[in-house]
Design a protein around this ligand. Sequence first.
Ligand code: 5GP
Length: 347
Amino acid sequence: MHIENTVKLDFKDVLIRPKRSTLTSRSEVDITREFKFLHSPIRYHGIPIIAANMDSTGTFEMSEALGRYQLSTALHKHYDEAQYVEHFTQLKNKSQTFYSLGIGDHDWEKFQRVMAAAPGAIEYVCIDVANGYTETFVAFVRKVRETYPELVIMAGNVVTGDMTEELLLSGADIVKVGIGPGSVCTTRKMTGVGYPQLSAIIECADAAHGLGGRICADGGCTVPGDIAKAFGGGADFVMLGGMLAGYAEAGGDLVEVDGKAYKRFYGMSSKDAMDKYAGGVAKYRAAEGKTVLIPFKGPVDQAAQDITGGVRSACTYVGARRLKELTMRTTFVRVSMQLNEVFGKSL
Ligand code: 5GP
């Protein structure tokens, strides 16, 4: 047994310190990014915020709506092949949509058939498992890279620098970072496993950037300020579930409770998800996700505006003319325990 004594931080533990700035208006700030990748020759251009590949947020409707704001969507993996082929062949901006897959034979065979039916239409894929630390997962990432050398491959999830490097060296271009921070995730409660998300971002970004790789901070953002903190900590991309789940383009059922409208939102490892897609929770495992009701908020345009506006404003406060400069200009100040509690509640 070993105890790691250095302080590890979550979004709620810090604030970004303002800095002198020559910017006169937030409209001067450019929050798009251009990326080259470690393996793929494809160039990315857009606002690097991605709707999560959960069946509520990773919908075709979300991809179309967020695409209007240069934001991306990682589609969930439960559409049928013909639907993917139709969606991807119609896409104008290919960086707008990730095809997502797990590492089962069924996922792999389905993906190969879609790739064959829509040649050149898919450029971005997201290989997603709850635990990115297994040899099977690394081998799968290597197989996808060898089979499709051109693809931009995002793979995860992990939370440490060593595994970030291993995935990058095995073929990933973007490593997805986050174990346990998700709004409908119960992994920390069920297993005791996890890592404070801001520290995971800082450490994985450092490891990835040293190799020319990218990271995507996945989970735990509850307000636009958390997204700014993730970028400030070094994230190249940020993935969002709960922040987008209450909108019309999300897939969750619309329900009414006491005259108020809500969207149902569940974790992809929750009992609800496993009942729907796997015929129930298998005997050897326990659910690691929960179901919540989120107040219905109408079209996702409002969220897109709040999120991009919040990040742009954060850049203005620290004098970053471009999102690219935000990390360099970020100094985090630790929030004292008492303030932290008050601040947490006031949000
Ligand atoms: P959020 O933005 O809602 O805080 O986090 C979204 C992320 O939570 C997803 O992208 C995914 O990585 C993670 N997630 C989604 N469903 C589950 C689940 O059932 N269990 C766990 N452990 N994580 C989940």
